[in-house]
Design a protein around this ligand. Structure first.
Ligand code: PEP
Length: 247
C-alpha cells in the first residue's frame, strides 16, 4: 500500500498577521504536488485567520491542545474548541514543549488521547537528544515515547508520527538519510509488534529536523520516510520545494 506523502509546517511562535497572511497567500498561489498532504501550523492566535484564507488543499493544525475538555483551565484550548473553530489537526509532543515546558511522556499521551477522542488528527512528535544518541539509546527513547501513547490509545489511524531528533531541530544539523531511515524502520517495526502489521503499513512517519529544499529530496528517497515536519524552512518560499520534493 502507498502512504500519502505528508509535509507539515510548524511556524512555532513566529509571525505577525501580515506575515502569516503572506505565507499562506504564497502557498495558495503555488503549484503544489496534489499527491502530498500539506498541513501548516501557525501560532494559536492565527489559527482562525489561517483556516479562513488557506486554500489549494492546505490544512491547518494547532501546535498544542489540552488533555481536558472545556472548563477552568486558564490559557488552555480544548480539542472541542479546536474542532469548533474548524481545525482538524494538532501537533503534540514537540521537543520544545517537552524540554521547555516539562511535558512528560504521560501528558503527551493523555493529550493525544483527548485530541483523538475530540475528533482531531494528531502529529505526534518523538525524538532523542544528542546525549541519548551518543549513549546509543535512540531506539529505546523513541519506543518509550511511543509506548506511553500506546498505553492510552489503541487506534492509531489518525496519528502521524514525526521523528524529530532534538539535536537536529533548528540547528542546521540534519540527520543523514541512513540515520533517518534506521530510526523510521525501527519505529515501523515497533508499530508492527505493538499494534498490527496494518498499522505499521499505514502509519506515516515523518522526519523533522533542519529539513530544507536542499536536503529534502534525498531524505524523501528513504522507504520509511513518508514526509517531513518542517520548522524554520516552512516560513520561507522554499517550503514549496520541500512540499514538491517527491514530484
Ligand atoms: C520543528 O520545529 O518541528 C523542526 C523540525 O524545526 P526545524 O525544521 O527548524 O529544524
Amino acid at each position: 500500500m502507498t502512504r500519502k506523502f505528508f509535509v507539515g509546517g510548524n511556524f512555532k511562535s513566529n509571525g505577525t498577521i501580515t506575515q502569516i497572511r503572506s505565507i499562506i497567500e504564497g502557498l495558495n498561489k503555488a503549484s503544489l504536488d496534489p499527491n502530498v498532504e500539506v498541513v501548516i501550523s501557525p501560532p494559536a492566535i492565527y489559527l482562525l485567520l489561517a483556516n479562513e484564507i488557506a486554500s489549494n488543499g492546505v490544512q491547518v493544525a494547532a501546535q498544542n491542545v489540552y488533555d481536558k475538555g472545556n472548563g477552568a483551565y486558564t490559557g488552555e484550548i480544548s480539542a472541542a474548541q479546536l474542532k469548533d473553530a474548524g481545525i482538524n489537526w494538532v501537533i503534540i509532543g514537540h521537543s520544545e514543549r517537552r524540554a521547555l515546558l516539562g511535558e512528560s511522556d504521560k501528558f503527551v499521551a493523555l493529550k493525544t488521547k483527548a485530541a483523538l477522542a475530540g475528533g482531531l488528527s494528531v502529529i505526534l512528535c518523538i525524538g532523542e537528544s544528542l546525549e541519548e544518541r551518543e549513549a546509543g539509546t535512540t531506539i529505546d527513547v523513541v519506543t518509550r515515547q511511543l509506548k506511553a501513547v500506546a498505553d492510552e490509545v489503541s487506534d492509531w489511524s489518525n496519528i502521524v508520527i514525526a521523528y524529530e531528533p532534538v539535536w537536529a531541530i533548528g540547528t542546521g544539523k540534519v540527520a543523514t538519510t541512513e540515520q533517518a531511515q534506521e530510526v523510521h524502520a525501527a519505529i515501523r517495526e515497533w508499530l508492527k509488534k505493538t499494534l498490527s502489521a496494518e498499522a505499521a503499513e499505514k502509519t506515516r512517519i515523518l522526519y523533522g529536523g533542519s529539513v530544507t529544499d536542499k536536503n529534502a529530496k534525498d531524505l524523501a528517497t528513504q522507504p520509511d520516510v513518508d514526509g517531513f515536519l518542517v520548522g524554520g524552512a516552512s516560513l520561507k518560499p522554499a517550503f514549496v520545494d520541500i512540499i514538491n520534493s517527491t514530484a
